[in-house]
Design a protein. Structure first.
Length: 138
């Protein structure tokens, strides 16, 4: 996953320029043509969001905006590549002039030992992921 970190501008709701939208569209097309893009989107500022905090059975909802811009997410891509180096290569190609993108690997069921995720649970998880992929392709 390539996580786009929020900026003061993105948190203020500033829209990208027409040129940036065009460049991002071209970048997304390159990801798609390479067969590595699974999903990607920009996010509204945190002022339009909320957080749910968990403590035992208690749930607390806090409405945005949130103060620490550097810890917020402004958008993301989910890509499927062979390794970290390929993910970093795609991240280097993002047409940003400023900002930061964090690269994080998504857990696969195979990452969990059988005593944590028994085979029957792993199979159920994989079946769910397959169903979601099929729906996304429709």
């Amino acid at each position: 996953m390539m996580i786009v970190k929020a900026t003061e501008d993105s948190e203020a709701g500033a829209m990208p320029t027409k040129e940036m939208i065009a460049e991002m569209g071209q970048y997304n097309e390159r990801l798609a043509k390479a067969g590595v893009m699974l999903a990607g989107d920009g996010l509204h500022p945190s002022s339009r969001g909320a957080r749910v905090s968990y403590s035992g059975s208690r749930r607390t909802v806090t409405d945005g905006p949130f103060a620490e811009t550097k810890e917020l997410i402004a958008g993301f891509w989910i890509i499927q590549v062979k390794d970290r180096d390929e993910a970093l290569e795609w991240a280097r190609r993002i047409p940003f002039e400023d900002g930061e993108v964090e690269i994080r690997q998504i857990f696969e069921t195979s990452d969990f030992p059988a005593d944590i995720l028994p085979p029957e649970e792993a199979a159920r998880e994989e079946a769910l992921r397959d169903e979601l992929r099929r729906k996304a392709q429709q």
